[in-house]
Design a binder for this molecule. Structure first.
Ligand SMILES: N[C@@H](CCC(=O)N[C@@H](CS)C(=O)NCC(=O)O)C(=O)O
Length: 78
């Protein structure tokens, strides 16, 4: 399963998700920083329909909302 987290580092909701990922110790998530990469920002808007972060792409399917992302990660450990 391919997991990509669209984020930027000063976003508190992104930090919440990233802290959870660190706590879980999982390394199967690729980070896509929408402030560092115009390609990532454009892909988020194109696929997700909006620029809101955090957004977890699960095999290319977008999941928004930090608490929903955390719940999904909790239910699907690496
Ligand atoms: N309820 C959302 C809030 C996310 C949110 O407000 N993200 C901000 C950045 S900190 C954002 O992307 N704002 C721009 C937008 O919504 O287009 C969550 O918990 O993930």
């Amino acid at each position: 399963m391919k997991l990509e987290l669209f984020k930027y580092d000063t976003c508190p909701y992104c930090r919440r998700v990233m802290s959870f990922i660190e706590q879980q110790g999982r390394t199967d998530i690729e980070y896509c920083d929408i402030h560092a990469s115009e390609e990532s920002r454009a892909r988020l808007v194109e696929v997700g329909g909006k620029q809101q972060v955090p957004c977890l792409f699960i095999d290319g399917k977008p999941l928004y909302e930090s608490m929903d992302i955390i719940s999904w990660l909790e239910a699907h450990p690496a």
